[in-house]
Design a protein around this ligand. Structure first.
Ligand code: C2O
Ligand code: CU
Ligand code: CU
Length: 510
């Protein structure tokens, strides 16, 4: 039985989560998110532009005003959850996909067209399936009016195929990439990465899913009926204006844009109809900045089977799980013992909101047994004893965020690393006078291992392949990372506004 303590307190709803927490299980005591606006205004900031911003809209929904956190509206369960379509290969002989970044209009609210972005559709993207070992060709087309890139979050590909800020496609431009899928079964995703514009493009709807399958994932016989008992859940929060439009500029917050409206797979007020069986939920925090603490309203436990980059060695029983932006987790919820009249929902413990009510049918589904063993992930003694060779210090907030005191410069290589050589990176979140905030840290082009959090073994559900992880203020996280391919890769905070504000660096693998 693992109770996972990651972080109860978030940049956008920190206070609420602490107050809501009556069992004391999720509180991370070391993480002080209390801010004292007086001292903040008075002493610590003499930068003029900063003060101006503080007086502006960013106070309203940012982490700085904890008495006025934006909670998510409860889902009424009015509509059945939308499931992203599976993208079909354009060729019989090989796996070839064509992905268009495009503008469109979407009926998110009944009878209203909202201007949105999407991949091969007006809003969000399809699901792409890759097989380990196969060569995949992807044709990329930019039909937007702005530059964009196609980034494969979590995928181990060469730097020039990774879709970072250097791989820009101008409006109307096309490109083709080809790579071999060398990593194990996992749930990854893709999204744009143009320098300084990532947050707006993702916010407007550019995000899609990748499922990698391999022999192991087939042998495990987990629920895998797509859209039936194997459900992708892309969580995002938005603000809609009076015309029910996404007005990024008006909504934007330098510390991470959070909204009051929860969408899952782009569906407003979703419910999910399930049979009485074990159902696999693939959770993706696709929000610009919001952290989620997923939990069942009944308090029932569920089982986590996968992290960002693959299966855990064994299923881990959990009561709740925190995902910071860009993190994924696959969980199994057992509906076989639940009653059809039971009121069961996935909630966000952080603010108590109902994210996804379940409607349980009378249909008794497959009685799948969960395997005891799913993977052979391990941290070696050698890795545990390796010296730290790269140090990263995350610091700041709003547009004053930095990594090792610097802002992103596309011309500057911050680190180099040899292809195929494991190194230990140490990531430290340096608190500021007000305590600081969680930064979700991500590295492109590799799946890595978390060695320790503040010197301690990470929780059971983080003992698996990761590409993103939370770092709470004053925390030091050590990871062991190896790049299989060459190229220039980004590492950054996945609060997208922090990324756009320069909280990003580059490692060159040669
Ligand atoms: Cu989701 Cu730079 O990545
Ligand atoms: Cu990435
Ligand atoms: Cu950050």
């Amino acid at each position: 039985m693992a109770v996972v303590v990651l972080s109860a307190c978030t940049n956008n709803a920190g206070k609420a989560s602490v107050e809501n927490n009556d069992d004391g299980k999720t509180t991370n005591g070391g993480m002080n998110m209390e801010r004292h606006d007086e001292s903040f205004m008075g002493e610590s900031m003499n930068d003029h532009s900063m003060e101006e911003e503080m007086d502006g809209a960013s106070m309203d929904n940012g982490h700085m005003d904890h008495d006025n956190v934006v909670s998510l509206n409860d889902s009424t369960g009015k509509d059945e959850l939308g499931i992203p379509p599976l993208l079909q290969s354009g060729s019989d002989e090989k796996t070839e996909y064509t992905i268009r970044a495009q503008k469109g209009e979407t009926e998110i609210f009944d009878g209203v067209q909202t201007k949105t972005y999407g991949y091969n559709s007006s809003f969000l993207g399809p699901m792409l399936q890759f097989e380990k070992g196969e060569t995949v060709t992807i044709n990329l087309i930019n039909e937007l009016d702005d530059n964009t890139t196609f980034h494969w979050h979590g995928l181990e590909v060469a730097g020039n195929e990774d879709g970072g800020p250097h791989e820009v496609l101008e409006p109307g431009e096309e490109d083709t990439i080809e790579f071999e899928v060398t990593q194990e079964a996992a749930t990854l995703w893709f999204h744009p990465h143009p320098e300084g514009e990532t947050s707006e493009q993702v916010y407007n709807g550019l995000a899609g899913l990748i499922y990698i399958e391999d022999q192991n994932s087939k042998n495990l016989e987990l629920p895998s009926d797509y859209g039936k008992n194997d459900i992708p859940l892309v969580f995002q929060d938005k603000i809609f204006d009076d015309e029910k439009q996404l007005n990024y500029e008006a909504a934007a917050n330098e510390d991470g844009t959070v909204g009051d409206t929860s969408l899952i797979n782009g569906t407003l007020n979703p419910k999910l109809t399930v049979d009485k069986e074990k159902v696999r939920l693939r959770l993706l925090n696709g929000s610009n900045a919001r952290n989620y603490i997923f939990k069942l309203n009944t308090g029932d436990s569920f089982v986590q089977i996968a992290t960002d980059g693959g299966f855990l060695n064994e299923p881990v029983s959990m009561n709740e799980i925190t995902l910071t932006p860009s993190e994924r987790a696959e969980i199994i919820v057992d509906f076989s013992k639940m009653n059809s009249n039971e009121n069961v929902a996935l909630i966000n413990e952080d603010d108590g909101s109902t994210l996804l009510p379940f409607e349980i049918t009378d249909q008794i589904g497959k009685n799948t047994e969960l395997p005891d063993e799913m993977n052979d992930f391990s941290v070696t003694e050698e890795e545990m004893n390796m010296p730290v060779t790269k140090e990263i210090e995350l610091f700041g907030m709003m547009d004053m965020v930095t990594i090792n005191g610097k802002k992103f410069d596309p011309e500057r290589i911050d680190f180099t690393q040899k292809q195929g050589v494991t190194e230990v990176w140490e990531i430290y979140n340096k608190p500021d006078m007000m305590g600081g905030m969680i930064h979700p840290f991500h590295i492109h082009g590799a799946q890595f291992k978390i060695l320790s959090r503040n010197g301690e073994t990470p929780p059971e559900n983080e003992r698996g392949w990761k590409d993103s992880f939370s770092v709470v203020p004053n925390e030091t996280v050590k990871i062991a990372i190896q790049f299989k391919n060459k190229g220039i890769y980004m590492f950054h905070c996945h609060i997208l506004e922090h990324e756009d504000n320069g909280m990003m660096g580059q490692v060159k693998v040669e």
